[in-house]
Design a protein around this ligand. Sequence first.
Ligand SMILES: NC(=O)C1=CN([C@@H]2O[C@H](COP(=O)(O)OP(=O)(O)OC[C@H]3O[C@@H](n4cnc5c(N)ncnc54)[C@H](OP(=O)(O)O)[C@@H]3O)[C@@H](O)[C@H]2O)C=CC1
Ligand SMILES: O=C(O)CCC(=O)C(=O)O
Ligand SMILES: [Mg+2]
Length: 473
Amino acid sequence: MYDKIIPPTTGTKITFKNGEPIVPDNPIIPFIRGDGTGIDIWPATEKVLDAAVAKAYKGQRKISWFRVYAGDEACDLYGTYQYLPQDTLTAIKEYGVAIKGPLTTPVGGGIRSLNVALRQIFDLYACVRPCRYYAGTPSPHKNPEKLDVIVYRENTEDIYLGIEWKQGSEIGDRLIKILNEELIPATPEHGKKQIPLDAGIGIKPISKTGSQRLVRRAIKHALLLPKDKQQVTLVHKGNIMKYTEGAFRDWGYELATQEFRAECVTERESWILSNKEKNPAISAEDNAREVDPGYDSLTPEKKAQILQEVETVLNTIWDTHGNGKWKDKIMVNDRIADSIFQQIQTRPDEYSILATMNLNGDYLSDAAAAIVGGLGMGPGANIGDACAIFEATHGTAPKHAGLDRINPGSVILSGVMMLEFMGWQEAADLVKKGLGQAIANSQVTYDLARLLEPPVAPLKCSEFAEAIIQYFD
Ligand SMILES: NC(=O)C1=CN([C@@H]2O[C@H](COP(=O)(O)OP(=O)(O)OC[C@H]3O[C@@H](n4cnc5c(N)ncnc54)[C@H](OP(=O)(O)O)[C@@H]3O)[C@@H](O)[C@H]2O)C=CC1
Ligand SMILES: O=C(O)CCC(=O)C(=O)O
Ligand SMILES: [Mg+2]
């Protein structure tokens, strides 16, 4: 079955039923060490996770790690350009849950991202990146503890599908010609626009299916959160890209109000309902004025549309959501992408789950991680219906590779997400406790040590792992 790797002789595989993992006490879990700082981070992570499982279950449960290869390591073992060997894909498919360190992607030419390839091959459509603050972590923000968000990033489409053509390539030039001479002139709303003849071209597909399955997972997650965090914000740049980003927003609302009608209220619905609650005699037109302050200067068509919206909301959900009942529902709202970057800094406590398309989520997850201490504190998971691969938000940080200095916190916390996904909450809690206490006692790696006031001597990557384990007792 495998060419160059051998699965552990003990352990059994995790299987999936209805999208949920069924986990034996001794699961075999494939891991990819990763390029660059993966060489430092992975051993630290493995040590912490093993110690937590041993402590929490006293030998009743144990992970059998299965080393599989990708990136530079894979080329060493399998030969030139064998960045993602079939052995690795077979193992991840077979065992269902895997964890990985970061993998290098060159900018410009060369291979496309192995990280993105893994997500697409296994249809890991939800990239889940929680950003929460551990007390004592230095931050450039005054109140980093106010940020507690989970970026829910669509993980398989958008420009990450990688369908693009190089400037000057034969097909790229043909495509520009067809667009300029046929398709754009045939689309009246595009007027006389033309694509520059020396442009590279990329395609940005956003599908209804891809958007809605991501939002569905985000809403299901919101249902499990404490009441005050039951909110899903659809992040988009729909004012500019109407049929991709704008459609993501519309499909998100459609899903929320159709599949989760009993559980959800949209922000605009909540305004309409509360206007009537404050003034039961309010006319539909005055209600519309409250919802859209510029109502009186709108076109008749737009006014009619808003009036219709008000009437529909009151006719269809007043009984189930009115009289304040909407306050117990999941709030679904939307924010334009550029605005959410400032919102998470100026009003962090107003947000919870941020549902995004692929590119926006990539940017936003690094930015949110920075607020709670940096990329060393940014864990993540790539989740599908039959497989999950856990990995940090950050990349290979090559300048720190092999120096035993990088912060392993993000991959360790990705391991925590994996333990939680497996239902091994006791072990997950131990790691969170240990990591929290190490940070609270200023036992931190260089990235956090340099930000503390006064600065402290940094721990090595391996020492940080030891410090975490020491606080399990
Ligand atoms: N999922 C994946 O595997 C990902 C892979 N990549 C790939 O990684 C490579 C390098 O990307 P690059 O743009 O340098 O981004 P990186 O995220 O690798 O690193 C950028 C900077 O972030 C800080 N940082 C990153 N990780 C940590 C950590 N664990 N602890 C503390 N600080 C950290 C460091 O800042 P400082 O030096 O200031 O301390 C580092 O120099 C590229 O090939 C890229 O494509 C990128 C993102 C995700
Ligand atoms: O795959 C890569 O090289 C970068 C991916 C990335 O930045 C991310 O997933 O956050
Ligand atoms: Mg990224």
